[in-house]
Ligand binder design. Structure first.
Ligand SMILES: Nc1ncnc2c1ncn2[C@@H]1O[C@H](COP(=O)(O)OP(=O)(O)O)[C@@H](O)[C@H]1O
Ligand code: SF4
Ligand SMILES: [Mg+2]
Length: 339
C-alpha cells in the first residue's frame, strides 16, 4: 500500500461558495458554503473514503477537485505525470488537458448520468474525443477493450443506455471514466442507486480495477459500511468542513469527533444490507447558507459546551495522520467499533 510519502493529491483550504441570487436584478443575497475550508491528502494507490449526510458538500468537493466547478479559494495540488505537483486550482481551462486525462469521475446515478440519446461506444469514448486523445479508428478497439475490462459484452457497443440494467449502466460509467487511462478517480456514491444485490459486484469490480491499473480513489459515500470495505483512510464531512480524517482503523476504532461517534453507533456493519447510523445524531444537518455559530455541529452535539457555540474549532492533528476539528478532542473518550 502506498504511504504518505508519495502523495497524488493534496487539497489545502479549499472553498466552493455558490452565490444565492434573488429577484429580477439577480442581487446576491448570500452564499451557500458547500465546501468550506477543506484540507486533506491522498497517497498514490490509496482509497480515501469521504462520508457525510446528504447536502454536506461531498459532490461539490469532488467536482471542484476535478475543476468541473471553479474553486472559490484554496489549492488543489495534483502530482501530474510530467510536471509533478501542480496547483490545478490555478490552471486555465486550456492548460488542463493533462489533468483531464489523469483524473476522472464515476457518477452517483447511472440512470441520469448517461445520455439516453448516445450509444455505448459514443458514451465510453466521449472523454477521448473531447480531449482529442484518440484517432477515430483507434476508438472502437479501445472501447471494446474497456467493455471487456468492466465485464460487458462487446456486442452491445451500438446499444442505448435504456437497454441496460442499473448495474450494467454503472459498468458503462466506469468504462467511460477509464477511457483516458486515468490515475485518479472520484467515485461519487457509485453504488447508492443500485440494488443491494448488485452493489457488491460493482464494489468488487472497482477494487479489481484499482489493483490492475494502480488507481487512486476518492470514494464518496453516505454509508459507513461501504467505506469500511474499500478505504485505507476516511474523511468525515459535516456542513462543508472536514470533522475528522485519518486511517480507517483509527476513525472506526478511536474516533476523535462526536459526529464520527454518532455515525459509528450502528456499526459494526459486516452486512452491507444494514444501514449505518447516519440518523443516530439527533436533529438535522444545518443550513450551509447560514451555518450555526461556533462549531457547526454544536446544535446536535451531546458534548457541546459554551465555547462550542462561540468559537469554531480548527482541524488539528491529534495523532499521526489523524485529524479532528473538536475543542474537546483530547478530553473526550469516545466510543469506536472494532473493524
Ligand atoms: N450548483 C449549485 N448552486 C447552488 N448550490 C449548490 C450547487 N450545487 C450544490 N449546491 C448546494 O451545496 C450544498 C452541498 O451539496 P452537494 O455537494 O451536492 O452535497 P452532497 O453531495 O454531500 O449531498 C447543498 O446545500 C446544495 O444545495
Ligand atoms: S467542538 Fe464542541 S460542539 Fe463541536 S464537536 Fe467538539 S464538543 Fe461538539
Ligand atoms: Mg452528492
Amino acid at each position: 500500500m502506498a504511504g504518505e510519502d508519495k502523495r497524488l493529491l493534496q487539497v489545502e483550504g479549499l472553498k466552493k461558495h455558490f452565490p444565492v441570487e434573488r429577484g429580477f436584478l439577480r442581487k446576491v443575497i448570500g452564499h451557500v458554503r458547500a465546501v468550506d475550508d477543506v484540507t486533506f491528502s491522498i497517497g498514490e494507490g490509496e482509497t480515501l473514503g469521504v462520508v457525510g449526510e446528504s447536502g454536506c458538500g461531498k459532490t461539490t468537493l469532488g467536482l471542484t477537485i476535478l475543476r468541473g466547478e471553479d474553486p472559490t479559494e484554496g489549492k488543489i495540488l495534483f502530482n501530474l505525470e510530467k510536471q509533478g505537483m501542480t496547483d490545478i486550482a490555478q490552471l486555465r481551462k486550456q492548460e488542463m488537458k493533462d489533468f483531464r486525462r489523469q483524473a476522472q469521475m464515476i457518477f452517483q446515478d447511472p440512470y441520469s448520468s448517461l445520455d439516453p440519446r448516445m450509444t455505448v461506444i459514443d458514451i465510453v469514448s466521449e472523454p477521448l474525443v473531447v480531449n482529442r486523445l484518440a484517432k477515430r479508428k483507434e476508438i472502437q478497439q479501445r472501447v471494446e477493450y474497456l467493455m471487456d475490462v468492466v465485464g460487458l459484452d462487446v456486442r452491445y457497443l451500438k446499444r442505448y443506455p435504456h437497454a441496460f440494467s442499473g448495474g450494467q449502466r454503472q459498468r458503462i460509467g466506469i468504462a467511460r471514466a477509464l477511457s483516458t487511462n486515468p490515475r485518479f478517480l472520484v467515485c461519487d456514491e457509485p453504488t447508492s442507486a443500485l440494488d443491494v444485490s448488485i452493489q457488491a459486484q460493482i464494489l468488487n469490480l472497482m477494487q479489481d480495477l484499482q489493483e490492475e491499473f494502480g488507481l487512486t480513489y476518492m470514494f464518496i459515500a453516505h454509508d459507513l459500511s461501504v467505506v469500511q470495505h474499500v478505504s485505507n483512510r476516511v474523511a468525515i464531512m459535516y456542513l462543508g468542513k472536514i470533522a475528522e480524517s485519518g486511517p480507517k482503523e483509527a476513525i472506526f476504532g478511536q474516533p476523535q469527533h462526536p459526529y464520527t461517534e454518532a455515525l459509528l453507533r450502528s456499526v459494526p456493519i459486516a452486512d452491507p444490507k444494514i444501514q449505518s447510523g447516519l440518523e443516530s445524531a439527533p436533529g438535522e444537518i444545518g443550513n450551509p447558507m447560514n451555518p450555526p455559530s461556533g462549531c457547526y455541529f454544536h446544535p446536535r452535539c451531546a458534548y457541546a459546551e459554551e465555547r462550542c457555540r462561540e468559537e469554531g474549532p480548527e482541524l488539528r492533528e491529534l495523532d499521526s495522520q489523524h485529524f479532528a476539528a473538536c475543542h474537546l478532542a483530547e478530553k473526550l473518550d469516545l466510543e469506536g467499533v472494532i473493524v
